[in-house]
Ligand binder design. Structure first.
Ligand SMILES: Nc1nc2c(ncn2[C@@H]2O[C@H](COP(=O)(O)OP(=O)(O)OP(=O)(O)O)[C@@H](O)[C@H]2O)c(=O)[nH]1
Ligand SMILES: [Mg+2]
Length: 440
């Protein structure tokens, strides 16, 4: 080797020049991410030009441009600044398989650089609900999440099928997680008398109580009350939006509701409130009273009890009017459930056995906790989120604000807000904001 260099010293010169070129090139790439992106982009475009399968490569190049536009802060800005006219854009256009030029695509959630909350969508769902799940996702993505890219977390007490996983993954560009719920979160605690539980189901079936007869429904309500907020797939989140299969959203959400929660120190958000069936929770209020006797200091200073009784000054004494927030939709703070007050409250209820001996739903359980432990100002009615979960619809009533401008697509006359089965009147008399429809 050394001998050959000595025989021809010009080889040394070549090697030195080659070394300098490599050094210059790598320094440029490492110092300028914009530079590397450009090189990558042009490389891909070049590849596309030479590649026999030009369309596929062009699409790939287009994806590269998409990430060039959207990823990386400053370079994206520089890139955007460099494109002022459609002719500027022309050099990044790609040829589709139909032979036409297509402008580069971009990912809206990546272009939106606003800070995000630690949040995601939490969905408890069964494999056979795939189609309804995809419909719900389509609405959530269209109305909000496409621009924000919050993750989806799917939980199930059975393993998700490959069909389900692929089916929901296709509906979003966000991260998607699939979690299994083990028997410690979905099953009978050892203090529960299962014979008594079965008798209660039989009785409710005879009395025609809706869903009262189903064993899995009771596990579901217990899971939604006591466990989703401490499942290992949700532990990195502060806020969540609960989504169910088969729901619909009617209005564009042009702001980030999780950031809204954080900005205003809100802990619980809902769209619909209504009355619970008395037969499903005959002793829930009594158990709650016992718990509050043991912990009178847990009552919030500016609690929202007026939502649940006509005489809030007598605290829990007047009894429960059955009003609750409909928990199939929730935007809330997971740290509220993880906190000492709610954790102890849930444990107390769980020991009392009412999830199995009656049919305590997660909706009244969540609602009672929110009303007692939170200040009124920490509970929020998302009047601007038009929502359907069979059989009820909430559609904002204010036409100039929500309809004439094209924001919502629903009929205010379908809105259940003033229906007698609803509890919006009770909420508006309680809340600081009052009835939004009475505001000018
Ligand atoms: N994994 C799993 N999810 C369930 C089970 N039962 C209910 N769910 C989910 O729990 C949520 C509530 O159940 P639903 O059956 O919708 O109950 P509901 O909202 O009271 O009644 P519907 O009028 O049927 O919507 C939904 O997201 C369901 O997909 C179950 O046994 N396993
Ligand atoms: Mg449902």
């Amino acid at each position: 080797m050394l001998e050959s260099v000595v025989r021809r010293p010009q080889r040394l010169l070549f090697a030195l020049i080659a070394f300098m070129v490599v050094l210059f090139f790598t320094t440029y790439l490492s110092l300028s991410s914009w530079g590397s992106e450009q090189v990558r982009t042009h490389f891909e475009t070049l590849k596309a030009a030479f590649n026999k399968n030009a369309t596929q490569a062009a699409v790939h190049a287009q994806n590269e441009i998409a990430s060039t536009i959207s990823i990386g802060g400053q370079p994206s800005q520089a890139f955007m600044d460099g494109i002022k006219t459609i002719d500027d854009l022309r050099k990044y256009a790609v040829k589709g398989e139909d032979g036409n030029l297509y402008p580069p695509t971009f990912v809206p959630s990546e272009v939106n650089k606003l800070p995000r909350a630690k949040a995601g969508f939490i969905v408890l769902v069964r494999n056979n609900e795939l189609e309804d799940m995809r419909k719900s996702m389509r609405d959530v993505e269209d109305r909000f999440n496409r621009k924000y890219g919050y993750p989806w977390i799917f939980l199930n007490n059975e393993p998700f099928t490959e069909e389900f996983k692929q089916g929901v993954k296709k509906m979003t560009r966000s991260e998607v997680r699939f979690g299994f719920i083990g028997p410690e979160m979905w099953g009978y605690p050892d203090w529960i008398d299962q014979t008594r539980a079965a008798e209660s189901r039989k009785k409710m079936a005879e009395e025609g109580v809706i869903y009262g007869w189903s064993e899995s429904y009771r596990h579901m309500c217990r899971f939604q009350s006591g466990f989703f907020w401490r499942h290992n797939l949700t532990m990195d989140l502060d806020y969540y939006w609960r989504v169910e299969p088969g729901i619909q959203l009617f209005c564009d959400l042009d702001y980030d509701p999780f950031v809204f929660m954080e900005l205003n120190d809100k802990k619980y958000g809902f769209t619909i409130s209504l009355h619970e069936y008395v037969k499903t929770i005959p002793t829930l209020w009594d158990r709650t009273k016992e718990f509050m006797k043991m912990h009178p200091d847990y009552l919030a200073k500016d609690h929202a009890l007026h939502f649940m009784t006509d005489e809030p000054e007598r605290l829990l004494e007047p009894g429960y009017n059955m009003c609750h927030f409909w928990s199939n939709f929730e935007i809330a703070d997971l740290r509220f459930w993880r906190g000492q007050k709610y954790t102890e409250y849930f444990d107390y209820l769980d020991k009392a056995g009412g999830f199995f001996y009656e049919r305590w739903g997660d909706a009244p359980v969540h609602s009672i906790a929110a009303v007692l432990f939170l200040n009124r100002s920490q509970i929020h009615h998302f009047n601007d989120i038009g929502y359907f979960h069979g059989p009820w619809t909430h559609c904002p009533l204010n036409r100039p604000k929500f309809h004439d401008n094209g924001k919502c697509l629903c009929n205010p006359e379908d809105s259940a807000d003033y229906n007698d089965f609803m509890c919006m009147k009770e909420w508006w008399r309680t809340s600081i904001e009052g009835d939004p429809n009475q505001r000018s």
